[in-house]
Design a protein around this ligand. Structure first.
Ligand code: HEM
Length: 595
């Protein structure tokens, strides 16, 4: 008995001693360290785990609003949340995102581990490893315009049918979806046949569900505690298994189609073929000629993944912007009237608007900006990861912390946008030379710093042409009930990583017989030839617009590609895994172009 007691006392003493040593060493380590930003205190070791568990998967309050509320509660635009030692830093102001994600983008451009998304659902080829794989220079948007026009135009009957469908059924018809998707599929894989386009647009929509649900870091507890991915039968694993096949199809199926079309000699020139040609890879699809030891199969994988990313990242987001724009206009007849007045004056009744009209249609532009601001499609952008300890405004930002730019909070801040909850495109109209307008929402609605969306100009052009044509030729209103009473507004959004309106009814009616005829006729052959006179690289344009104007201070003036990263490479959670790190030298001219 005495022996037992003494063993117990010795053990207990040793335990106390160990705890004291640990405590002292932690005290020493953190003694001179500045405080973390304010945030929920949570409990020792587990931190804010209980809140994270109760929040995961629950959508009663969108995450971006919750983060904004926290900022107000702790009276800070930078918030810190700790879950099981996994740090998340929320940036609720433009000041903070500009300072950290842009000015210090060399440190803040990695991606955090999104284990549910990458490891379990199979999106590892997507966002996590994009930047180092290549720099897509989307060269000359003007070169795309004939294609964008042709899809905004084709087939004419379908457009008319779209209107008729609305008229007859008052029912939502997903033409918007094939518009954005068709443009991207044509540009990336050279697809044109309607059945192919429909199949791949549908496939992307299927896969989207999982991306929306998993891309916000912490949507699933396994993001905080990666070892959970080995727990057999866990409910999130069952979910992942349901989602995984569509995700695998998104990356593989269009590539197989492309291979078949190259092999049969029917492939059209597109992003994929141009880059395969550039790296002498076209022969790999020819089964008779293939000499696998002489071709760079890693590079094939790079091109395949980049094509898959552009296809997937662009389709759902652009579709959401178009859907939201149509929904917003149906709720604002005064905006519709103003836009139509401008279109009538500039374009007139005898043709459709085209890209050369864009600068002369400031109100239509302002309308789309206000949609981007009021209803950001990616309210929390995509999370970044900081690669080394840092200090911001006296606060400590620990290495590996997930850093989230809350675009929604910025785009709804009273400081930048007066009366932010009011839908008011006029805020972007400059009355006279001296009046100032608020910042272009594009600066925040497409992410931050070196990771900013490379497809944003394409998305905006595809949206602009569709909306401009629609406003010029149709009245868009809320549905009328039988007694001609207007229904209540239904601005109801499904939220997640990207935000879409829930299916809604709206009424789209041609403004006149001439307008309907115009839509049936479409663009003249002339417009299809609107080839560019000069080439404008997307990133040069970004440099020009944002750096020279001083708005994107994170970019170095004159730097032709602000996404280019000096210093450590191998970004992403799989950065050191050769399977995910592709052999492109960031300093060479070896870049892929979306032609
Ligand atoms: C309304 C439409 C769109 C929105 C709102 C949008 C938004 C975003 C956001 C928020 C990011 C993450 C930025 C960050 O990490 O800070 C992103 C990344 C990306 N987007 Fe878009 N996007 C749109 C359209 C497109 C289109 C049309 C394409 C391609 C054709 C595209 C291709 C990409 C790619 C490849 C990335 C990954 C960049 C990287 O990880 O470095 N996006 N987008």
């Amino acid at each position: 008995m005495r022996t037992d007691t003494s063993i117990f006392l010795t053990g207990f003493g040793a335990f106390l001693f160990a705890v004291c040593c640990l405590y002292i060493s932690l005290l020493r380590r953190f003694k001179n360290r500045p405080l973390l930003p304010p945030g929920p205190r949570g409990y020792p070791i587990i931190g804010d785990l209980f809140n994270a568990i109760s929040y995961a998967g629950e959508a009663s309050v969108p995450l971006w609003e919750r983060y904004l509320d926290m900022g107000q509660k702790y009276n800070s635009d930078v918030i810190h949340i700790d879950v099981l030692g996994d740090h998340t830093i929320i940036l609720n102001s433009a000041r903070a995102t500009t300072e950290l994600l842009e000015k210090r983008s060399g440190l803040y451009s990695d991606r955090p581990g999104m284990y549910m998304m990458t490891d379990l659902v199979g999106w590892h080829w997507d966002f996590s490893n994009f930047t180092e794989e290549l720099f897509i220079k989307i060269s000359s948007l003007e070169q795309y315009r004939p294609i964008i026009h042709s899809f905004s135009n084709q087939p004419r009957v379908r457009r008319a049918q779209f209107i008729v469908n609305f008229l007859i059924t008052n029912f939502y018809f997903p033409w918007y979806e094939s518009h954005a998707g068709s443009i991207i599929l044509r540009l990336v894989y050279g697809m044109t046949t309607q059945s192919e386009l429909n199949t791949f647009v549908e496939l992307a929509s299927l896969a989207t569900e999982s991306a929306i649900a998993t891309m916000n870091h912490g949507s699933f507890i396994v993001d905080y505690f990666p070892l959970l991915k080995y727990v057999p039968g866990a409910s999130f694993k069952r979910k992942a298994n349901v989602w995984a096949p569509a995700v695998a199809e998104v990356i593989n199926a269009p590539w197989e189609k492309l291979k078949a079309s190259v092999a049969s000699g029917t492939a059209l020139s597109c992003f994929a073929t141009k880059n395969l040609e550039k790296f002498n890879l076209m022969t790999i699809f020819d089964t008779d000629l293939v000499e696998t030891d002489e071709v760079d199969l890693d590079m094939e994988k790079v091109i395949k993944n980049c094509a898959g990313i552009a296809y997937f990242a662009g389709l759902d987001t652009t579709k959401a912007l178009i859907m939201t724009s149509i929904l917003a206009i149906s709720h604002h007849p005064e905006v519709l009237a103003k836009a139509q007045k401008e279109l009538d004056a500039v374009v007139g009744p005898s043709r459709l608007p085209n890209f050369s009209d864009r600068t002369n249609l400031p109100y239509v532009e302002a309308f789309i900006r206000e949609v981007e601001r009021m209803y950001p499609i990616t309210p929390l952008a995509v999370a970044h990861r900081v690669m080394a300890d840092d200090i911001y405004e006296g606060y400590f930002i620990p290495k590996d912390a997930t850093v989230v730019g809350n675009a929604w909070a910025i785009l709804h801040s009273e400081e930048l946008y007066k009366d932010p909850l009011k839908f008011n495109p006029d805020r972007f109209i400059q009355d006279d030379k001296d009046s100032s307008v608020p910042p272009n929402p594009e600066l925040y609605a497409f992410g931050f710093g070196r990771r900013i969306c490379p497809g944003r100009y394409l998305a905006l052009e595809s949206t602009w042409i569709l909306i401009a044509c629609l406003l010029a030729t149709c009245d868009i209103t809320r549905p009328l009930e039988e007694d001609v009473r207007e229904l209540d507004p239904v601005l109801d959004f499904v939220d997640g990583m990207t935000v879409h309106p829930k299916p809604y009814d709206c009424r789209i009616v041609p403004r006149s017989a001439a307008a309907l005829n115009l839509m049936k006729t479409g663009y003249s052959a002339e417009i299809h030839k609107c080839a560019s006179k000069h080439r404008v690289l997307l990133n040069e344009r970004e440099t020009y617009e944002n750096v020279n104007s001083g708005k994107r201070k994170g970019c170095i003036k004159g730097e032709s590609n602000p996404r280019r990263v000096e210093g450590p490479t191998g970004y992403g959670p799989h950065g050191n895994d050769p399977g995910y790190h592709y052999p492109i030298d960031a300093t060479s001219n070896q870049s892929l172009k979306l032609y």
